[in-house]
Design a protein around this ligand. Structure first.
Ligand code: PLP
Length: 364
């Protein structure tokens, strides 16, 4: 039996993605590489629902925080970091590391920021140039109301910078319609590829915002990346094998249809949340904002997340993940993004239906 790999990243690789990675190397500045890049850029643009620029670097999702800051801001600039979990907290920390003046809007973990709260925070901090948002907080299983929050941020003439690492490719993400200025993600989440690509979309307001007195930068420079992207290249040697994988994943997404992919994730989210609740387990996230790519539940009193993970692995060949930061051993997370279908999640729920009572019994 194959392992049912249900981490909220990395995620399982579809057979077509695995197969694509067997392709041999091609000249990285030759016509085949340019055709591959053009295919990837154009189709990734479609999934982001943007006519703007798409840029790709070798890197993990975390590089997106730094890329956004060093291109769009200048030392000392004021930003608002909306923090509702571990990833939001890391985004804020990167801002601090670069010497930005970071105002935090802290939301209790498991809850979502609202447009009203963001508006209030921006009224209190009139000098804010950009707002750092985590579209889908992977540590808590919360998806924020992105379109409405983006509208509020623009009312305050600030940039909308979006960590979409665990949403892009899985959740509705209307970059142009929602007015998102910079959106980045990593290949190993809903894109169902191996880790290693930073995928970023840059809107017109972001291009205009690039300061002349900004940070020094080289590898992550947007203008250099665009110059090459426009010719079907990246500034350095492309991570060709990962691009083969990404191209194959985009085939799958566009063949299924972007709206269909989003609808499938919505069904998986509903199935998982309903199933978890029917087992008597408590969802960690406010259900009104429950994520359709990852579900977190609270570990019942007297148990530890590590026990559940170990039992699920050993008895059911299912890989789940614990919580993050102070919730490492009190929360369990189920990934349902990318290459995920109803039977995979039903198997997780069946496994939990055996595991949790068995561990509770063993405890007494
Ligand atoms: C996974 C994740 C990251 C970090 O991505 P890495 O590829 O591990 O660097 C950042 N933000 C969110 C929301 C994530 O889910």
């Amino acid at each position: 039996m194959a392992v049912n790999f249900r981490l909220p990243g990395p995620t399982p690789l579809p057979p077509a993605v695995l197969a694509a990675m067997q392709r041999p190397m091609i000249p990285h500045r030759g016509p085949a590489a340019k055709a591959l890049m053009a295919s990837v850029f154009n189709r990734a643009r479609q999934v982001h629902r943007t006519d703007g620029d798409l840029l790709i670097w070798p890197g993990s999702g975390s590089a997106g925080w730094e890329a956004a800051i060093v291109n769009l801001l200048a030392p000392g600039d004021e930003v608002l970091a909306v923090v509702a979990g571990d990833f939001g907290d890391r985004f804020a920390a990167v801002g601090v590391a670069f010497g930005l003046t970071v105002h935090r809007l802290d939301i209790p973990w498991g809850q979502s920021p609202t447009p009203e709260l963001v508006d209030e925070a921006l009224r209190a901090n009139q000098g804010v140039k950009a707002v750092f948002l985590t579209h889908n907080e992977t540590s808590t299983g919360v998806t924020i109301p992105m379109a409405a929050i983006s509208a509020v941020v623009h009312d305050h003439a600030a940039l909308v910078i979006v960590d979409a690492v665990s949403s892009a490719g899985g959740l509705p993400l209307e970059m142009d319609e929602w007015g998102l200025d910079f959106v980045f993600s990593g290949s190993q989440k809903a894109w169902m590829c191996p880790p290693g690509l930073l995928i970023a979309a840059v809107g017109p307001r972001a291009w205009d915002a690039i300061p002349t007195d900004g940070f020094r930068r080289f590898f992550w420079d947007f203008r250099t990346a665009k110059k090459f992207a426009d010719q079907g290249m990246t500034p350095a040697t492309q991570p060709l094998t990962l691009l083969y994988a990404f191209d194959a994943a985009l085939d799958l997404i566009l063949t299924e249809g972007v709206d269909e992919v989003w609808a499938r994730h919505a069904r998986l989210g509903e199935l998982t949340r309903a199933g978890v609740k029917s087992l008597g387990l408590q969802l960690f996230a406010d259900e009104a904002y429950g994520s359709n790519t990852v579900t977190a539940f609270e570990v019942p009193d007297g148990l530890r997340a590590q026990q559940i993970l170990a039992h699920m692995r050993e008895r059911h060949e299912i890989e789940l993940q614990g919580g993050q930061a102070e919730y490492a051993d009190t929360v369990v997370r189920i990934g349902h993004m990318g290459w995920a279908f109803e039977p995979d999640l039903q198997a997780v729920l069946d496994g939990l239906a055996e595991t949790v009572p068995a561990l509770m019994m063993a405890r007494v």
